[in-house]
Design a binder for this molecule. Structure first.
Ligand SMILES: [Zn+2]
Length: 213
């Protein structure tokens, strides 16, 4: 059983927006400019990487929140600004797989069967490496395991790269992402104006999922 590293306080969750096609990518500056125009981004966060922003004035018009979805600060997070915030990193060269403690067994792209042992099978090989089955699992950031890792279905024996498996709203693969912290899974969804703007960025339609570290 792979042990998942955790932060000291339990992460509420993040909403992750990404192109539906995990091979597609959008230039970081293009995404940031588009989201600034929409009013989704506020000021750049002083204490974080250049890709982190406070939420802008249109947050509530672009993302629909239900329940106590947005955490305003919290224990163990005193070092970051209070309130929801966004992260828009540069696209990765290859698609990465995003998963967390909330991720459920992905479904086989061929037969739809869930793969119960996915956690044990994933963090093995880096890009291009083919690790022998007997080798010890390499350390792997659970939020960015290589998404081309082949996974073999127990039910139909088809082998497909991880990015082709169906992760639902509990994980996914992407090169470009827009993350909104802190959103409990299912309690924040992109509204039509945001979906339309993302779909217009040239990478095809976007999807969303939730990750809890
Ligand atoms: Zn299958």
């Amino acid at each position: 059983m792979q042990i998942i590293p955790r932060t000291t306080s339990l992460h509420t969750g993040r909403l992750v927006l990404a192109p539906a096609d995990p091979l597609q990518a959008v230039d970081q500056a293009t995404i940031i400019a588009a989201l600034h125009r929409l009013g989704l981004l506020g000021g750049q966060r002083s204490d974080a990487a250049a890709s982190a922003f406070a939420a802008g004035p249109a947050l509530g018009a672009l993302i629909g929140f239900t329940g106590c979805a947005v955490q305003f600060g919290g224990e163990g997070r005193a070092a970051i600004d209070v309130g929801p915030w966004l992260r828009i990193p540069p696209p990765s060269e290859a698609p990465r797989l995003f998963w967390g403690r909330n991720t459920r067994p992905p479904r086989c792209p061929a037969c739809g069967a869930p793969l119960r042992s996915w956690r044990e099978r994933l963090p093995v090989a880096a890009a291009g490496d083919v690790a022998p089955a007997s080798s010890a699992p390499a350390s792997c950031d659970p939020t960015s395991c290589n998404a081309v890792q082949p996974l073999r279905c127990d039910a139909c024996e088809t082998t497909s790269p991880a990015l082709r498996w169906r992760w639902g709203r509990h994980g996914g693969a992407a090169r470009s992402t827009v993350s909104i912290e802190e959103v409990f899974p299912g309690e924040g969804t992109p509204l039509p104006a945001l979906v339309k703007a993302l779909d217009a960025l040239g990478a095809g339609p976007w999807v969303f999922f939730y990750i809890q570290d």
